[in-house]
Design a protein around this ligand. Sequence first.
Ligand SMILES: Cc1cc2nc3c(=O)[nH]c(=O)nc-3n(C[C@H](O)[C@H](O)[C@H](O)COP(=O)(O)OP(=O)(O)OC[C@H]3O[C@@H](n4cnc5c(N)ncnc54)[C@H](O)[C@@H]3O)c2cc1C
Length: 177
Amino acid sequence: MAEIDLAESSQSRLKSGLPPWSRAGTKPAYQPLQDNLKVDAMIIGGGITGALMGQLLAERGLSVVIVDRETPGLGSTVASTAMLQWETDRTLNELEHLYGFERAVGIYRRSAASVAGLSKLIVANGIACNLLPRQSLFLTSNQEGAGDLLREVELRRRAGLPSRLSGTLRSLHRVRT
Ligand SMILES: Cc1cc2nc3c(=O)[nH]c(=O)nc-3n(C[C@H](O)[C@H](O)[C@H](O)COP(=O)(O)OP(=O)(O)OC[C@H]3O[C@@H](n4cnc5c(N)ncnc54)[C@H](O)[C@@H]3O)c2cc1C
């Protein structure tokens, strides 16, 4: 296994300045690990990934400890702009080309389910983070882009994922076809 340069992944390399969450947010409660501990699961890293893993395992009745070599929550988690999208960095169309329809749709459905699950978790735990559901808007300025968006919407419909076309996009595409 390749050696990992720990300094390269320090929290100060992930962000600079003061993200808004670090001013207003509640700081995670933590204490130095001073004694040996016996637990069912130890999670390394107290960012959102570790927190969600910890929450899941604790909910299943396991005793859990999360350890962090720096301050929990102050890695890339605090740097996030906090926009949660179930769309991945690749369109469904691109993923279909790479993996075929079923696998591509599986990725999108799991992503949509995880955003929905996170929203439920926030409500269930009364987390005051001002979560606001919003729709994503995709824009295009040319006919080729209109064709791409049209294909994307059709694929999403086949997959049972919510999506709709604006009238302007439909007419932009019609000009071409
Ligand atoms: C500027 C920026 C903007 C972003 N915007 C968004 C966004 O809008 N939407 C979105 O979904 N995502 C966004 N992201 C990505 C998102 O923030 C990260 O994917 C997510 O926070 C990663 O969480 P994590 O828990 O895996 O990592 P981190 O939050 O980095 O947590 C890892 C923790 O592990 C600890 N650690 C590392 N190595 C060790 C070790 N050897 N031993 C013990 N502890 C260790 C670190 O100290 C750290 O606390 C953004 C990221 C950045 C940087």
